[in-house]
Every structure is written in C-alpha cells, then in structure tokens.
Design a protein around this ligand. Sequence first.
Ligand SMILES: [Ca+2]
Ligand SMILES: [Ca+2]
Length: 479
Amino acid sequence: MKKLSSFVLAALLFVSTFFSMTLNAFAETTSAIGIVNTVLTDSKIASGRTQPGTTNWQRYNDYSVYVDVDTSAAQFTQTPIYVTSLLGTINHWKLTGISAVYSATAKGFRIYLTTENDTEKLTPEIANSRNWHVNWIGIEPFTAIGSNANAQTPSTIKPTPIDNKNGTISTEPGKTTKVQVTVDLPADIGYNNSFGIFKINDDGSVAGVKPGAANYAETVVKNRIPLADVDKGSYKKGQTFKYDLPGGSKYGVFLIANGTPDQFLQKNPTNKGSEPPLAYFFDTAANPDQKSHVKVSSDKPNQYGFEDMYGGGDQDFDDLIVKLETLSVEPIAQTPLPTPGKYYYLVNKNSEKALAITGGITADGSGALQWYNQKADNFKWLLEDAGSGYFYLIIKHSGKALATTGGNTDGGSVVQSTNEKLDNFKWLLKDAGNGYFYLISKPNDKVLNVEDSSTAAGAAITQRDNKGTDNQQWRFEPV
Ligand SMILES: [Ca+2]
Ligand SMILES: [Ca+2]
C-alpha cells in the first residue's frame, strides 16, 4: 500500500511539474535521438521524445513500421514502466500500436505502428513526412507485473555494495536503508557460526573504541544492531533477515566462530586464545590471530565470505556467507517537537515500555526505569524549556527532574533529582525520525538508553554513547 501511494504521489508530482512547465526541476539531456527530461525524486521519473521528422522509423512490412526508442540518457537502473503517446501532423489518429511497448529494458523499448486494417501502405518516409514521433514517460521503481501491489517486499531489490577496501556498507544521511540479508552455509558444516552488523563512527571507532584496542571485540558485539533471529545463530541455508540501517553511518559485519554473540560475551569477551567462540572482523588488527577472516570479492561485491578457523584455516572464506540486498531507501519522516509546558509519557521504541520513577519514591537519586505504562503520575513527564534548545523533564509525582550522573561514564545511571538547573539536567531532543527522538544529555552528548536493549519491565535507564539503536529512541505521547 505504501509503495503504491508513493508511486501515485510521484506520478502526480510529475504531472503537476510537467504542466506547470517548471523546467528547472528537470535535468535535461538533448541528443540526436531526442530530448530526455529527468525529475529527480526517490522514484526516478524521466520523459522524452524522438525527433519529429527524423525519428528512426524502420520498415516492418508494407503496412507497418517500428522504432527503437533510446532512453539510455535517463540512466534507469532497471526496466521502468514506459507510457507512450504518438504525436504528428496528420493521420496518426488512425494508427494502432502506439501504446504497445515491446522489448522494454532500462535503455529503451520498441513501438510498432500499423495502418488501420492494413489497407494503406506505410513506410518510414511517410511516417517522418507526417512528423510522427513518440513521447514517453518512464518511471522506476514499480511493482512488477503479476505481483501484489500491497506486498511488503518491493520488486526493486538491489545489491548492497560493500567497500572491498575496508569492508564497510555506506548509507545515505536522512534516510533509512532497509536491507535483506541472506545467509549461505557450506554443505560440510563444521562450526556453528553466527554474525552481526554494527555501526562504525566516522573515526573508525565503535562507541569510541578502535580496532586493535583490547576491548574492541566486546564493544562491537555489545553494540551490534540487535536482531533476535540473527543473534540466535543455528542458521539454515538461504535464511533471510531484515535490518533497518539508520542513514548517514557506515556499517560493518563480524563473525562469531562457533557461537552466538551472547555466548561470545559470556565465554570469551576478551577475544583471546585459539578456542572459539572467537570474534572476527574485516580489520585484521581486531582479530585474535591478526589474520584475514572476512572477504569481499570483486565478483560478489555485496557479499561477505567468512573464514572461521583460528590462524586462517583453509582460507576458503565460505564457512558462512552473508549476502546483503537493499529492499528500499526511505526518507526518515521528521518528527515535530513536543510542546514545552505539557506532560508526556516517554515510550521506548524497542521495548514499548514507558520511562518511570518507582512509584511513591520522591528521594533524590532514585533511578529511572522502564515499566508498563500505568499512566500514573510517576510516568508523567513535564517538558520544560531550559533555553538554548534544551529541556528539563520533570516527573509529576515528585516534581524532581531527570538527570544524568557519573560525569562521562558510559553506562552512568539516570535518576530523579532536585532540579539544580545544571547541565546534567538538560536534554536536547534530536530527531531520530518516524516519531522518535534521542534525548541527549548536555554535558557529554550521551543519550537516554535502556540498558542492554532490554524489553523487560524494570530495566534500568542509563546514559550511553549514541548507537542509533531502537533502545535509545523515545516517543513523546501526550498525557
Ligand atoms: Ca574455512
Ligand atoms: Ca569451508
């Protein structure tokens, strides 16, 4: 449904743009084959025409001609939907065939024209003397013929390119990249391997820790983008998973040899020794044996091949294969700021639980937690303007303010406290898109975080580095 409506919207945008003749909204290319205009939107829409009088009509038979229309200047990446019309000076109303598109590809299509009932002879010269020429519109992406327009999976799956120099996946700022991951396993499976996807900061670190640091593996695995089915391991050949990658960041993939991320964190978080579970990364500096364990090959540039043996094993890089495809790249809808002076429930995106202080407790230092939203006063937060774009959050039952503690400590607790109007009481609301915010603590840029991505009632609230994960995103529901 979503797909269809954005398609219709795009089509309307095109039509209105075309008829209002705001041609500066087009990129225009003129060549021997005609003119091509491209409207730059998420769905590529381009239009063009063949040249009146010099269209490259070809004889098909005594009564029919055809033309191969070149649309390559539009640079479609796949076969779009083509819609055609025929223009000319005389007699084109008698023809049939103009809306019948043949041999459509990303680069063009063919149209046949025939005179009505095949009585009047037709030649390319006659066609051009009457200035018959083809107008066309091409639109991609589209829903494939025969597929359900309401289906969740669009027909425009594209490989997700991986940079083969550093093994990272790039994403567009302000957009969410929805990827589908398909795993492949060798027939002669030895270890039971698993993988994970993690966000890489601009400086190459993960949550401030760089490859080569003693706690890198542990940090990456802890900060992976959680996905329950992926984390469980024991994959089947051809199994698929779907990730939403928040835009503007780079991502990498790790392997846990003979284990799951949780087993790794329990049994070998220092990533030492030669016995699995061990974590392996594209960057060999992060690997316990400093050997290469992750490969991106030039003929399969959207695929990670993993080698799971300590020391490099047989270097076949097929002990687990992870293929990435992009289902869609969707703009992140902007979230309007909640209104200062009003009460809100703050609901966590990952857990759907609400931010609370234990009921009845009014003492300073009482820790914030998440709980089923009981809509009581200890769930109601007053958003108060703190100036310079910052806010205080005042809990109704005690009148205390939400504050971070522990200075710059990653994992420092978040509590209620008498509002001293210091920086650690001040929160910036950063749009996380689609109705959610990150709450950023002023002194250290850490965000309001549900510890360990827990979905349990009672889970602690902490300050953590912004990982872009759902357990750090909050929705303001008016009380
Ligand atoms: Ca191997
Ligand atoms: Ca193998």
